[in-house]
Design a protein around this ligand. Structure first.
Ligand SMILES: Cc1cc2nc3c(=O)[nH]c(=O)nc-3n(C[C@H](O)[C@H](O)[C@H](O)COP(=O)(O)OP(=O)(O)OC[C@H]3O[C@@H](n4cnc5c(N)ncnc54)[C@H](O)[C@@H]3O)c2cc1C
Length: 406
């Protein structure tokens, strides 16, 4: 390894962040998890508390995104989601929208919109990223939302229906992926900022979910939404140049939405690692105490071996996540789809580990008297959003075979 090579030992700065977030997760987030899961509402008071200590802030996200090893956000997300995933997603959902904006936005656009996504500790705001549509989930190329340029004013007019948007309709700033030239399919898309209070953007159905119930998920309806030309992320010149290259049959770069997913995958994996670890630790502690047949259940090999596998898989998921985060931060290309690999492994690990946790608690695990059933419900989203497990396998399959796997 070179001097700046991958190191699985977090720096003192990263350890400090980890311990600070852990304390917030332990004292504020974990105790509130069950309540907000039942209420199925955005936990505004918890987000405000996170804002007051500087955890829900642009400064924190920016600082940790630029942390040189790439591990800053990873440890923060693991700890927060160890506390509770529904509340965790309510706190970091804006970060995903911010990442979408930063992936294609100009420095001016970032300077204008990122602060408005977070607001201030006294007036907290949210951001939402809207790519998915009823007929365009895994198939991002099927996006039907249209963005039409009004030559006279320079404005863009957006029409369409977005679905599954985290913070959709309750966010102040929405980042919307739309098709500029449907004849170019996936290559004819661009991302737009819809500023706070823009007429024509409204919330559709709010979904009642299996897990991460404290996190708001809703449809977003775009009906003649008019935004100034400055809201096209990256600017018109860049878009025109890209579209011209596509029309000439040249390389056109990646689709707008796919680029966002690339950069956010290790972060999403880190959330799943946090849930998995929470499930493992809870089951381990239970197995040390609970007695049947005159001995602690953890003294049975069957239970101890399960705990051994759970601990091992959590470590595997974390190490793969940290590797991908380090690669992304240090400009390494994901030749073997290492970003997808970590998301795949972490998501499936979270589901498996939390299911085993229920098993180790027996009947108690199946009730809401213990959090493991909630951990399990929360974990399941990690094999679905930000690319399903099948889509991750598709990407990895293509990378490792070099074949156009379908
Ligand atoms: C709680 C929640 C929050 C979300 N937040 C956001 C958000 O903030 N912003 C946003 O834009 N989106 C968001 N999403 C959307 C999410 O990314 C999509 O649900 C996901 O991409 C899958 O799309 P889909 O639900 O339409 O499933 P589909 O694409 O219809 O897939 C259904 C099944 O078919 C499989 N499948 C599809 N194509 C293939 C293939 N080629 N090969 C093999 N199997 C295949 C899938 O893996 C899956 O098992 C969220 C979703 C949920 C549930």
């Amino acid at each position: 390894m070179s001097e700046n090579g991958f190191c699985p030992e977090p720096s003192a700065d990263v350890r400090e962040v980890r311990d600070w977030v852990h304390e917030f997760a332990r004292t504020v987030v974990r105790p509130a998890g069950a309540e907000w899961d039942e209420r199925e509402e955005t936990p505004w008071p918890v987000i405000q508390e996170a804002a007051k200590i500087g955890l829900y802030s642009l400064d924190f996200f920016a600082q940790q995104s630029f942390e040189p090893s790439g591990l800053g956000l990873m440890v923060a997300f693991e700890e927060l989601f160890w506390g509770d995933a529904g509340i965790g997603l309510s706190i970091v959902g804006t970060g995903l929208a911010a990442a979408a904006l930063s992936a294609t936005g100009t420095p001016e656009q970032m300077g204008e919109w990122l602060p408005q996504m977070f607001g201030t500790p006294d007036d907290v705001k949210l951001g939402a990223f809207c790519a998915s549509e009823p007929d365009a989930g895994s198939d991002v190329g099927a996006i039907r939302t249209r963005a039409v340029h009004d030559e006279a004013s320079g404005d863009w007019i957006l029409n369409g229906v977005k679905t599954w948007a985290t913070n959709g309709g309750i966010a102040d700033v929405h980042v919307v992926v739309a098709s500029v030239d449907p004849s170019l399919g996936t290559r004819g898309q661009a991302s737009f900022v819809v500023p706070p209070g823009t007429p024509g953007l409204s919330m559709g159905q709010k979904f009642k979910k299996h897990g991460i119930r404290a996190s708001h998920t809703a449809e977003v309806v775009l009906d003649g939404v008019r935004v100034p030309g400055s809201c096209l992320l990256g600017g018109k010149e860049k878009l025109d140049a890209r579209l011209a290259r596509v029309r000439e049959g040249g390389r056109a770069g990646e689709q707008a939405a796919m680029r966002t997913f690339e950069t956010t995958r290790p972060s999403v994996a880190a959330m799943a690692v946090g849930i998995a670890r929470a499930g493992f630790e809870y089951a381990r502690d239970y197995a040390r105490e609970r007695e049947q047949f005159g001995r602690r259940i953890g003294e049975n090999q069957a239970v101890a071996f399960l705990l051994a596998d759970m601990a091992t898989r959590v470590d595997v998921a974390r190490l793969m996540t940290w590797r991908a985060a380090w690669m992304a931060r240090n400009g390494r290309s994901f030749d073997h789809a290492e970003g997808s690999m970590c998301k795949l492994v972490a998501g499936e690990t979270a589901v498996w580990v939390t299911e085993q946790a229920i098993q180790i608690l027996g009947g108690a695990g199946y009730t809401r008297d213990h959090p493991v059933e909630r951990f399990h419900r929360d974990a399941k989203i990690y094999t679905i959003f930000e690319g399903t497990s099948e889509i991750q396998r598709l990407i990895i399959g293509r990378a490792v075979t070099g074949l156009p796997v379908r």
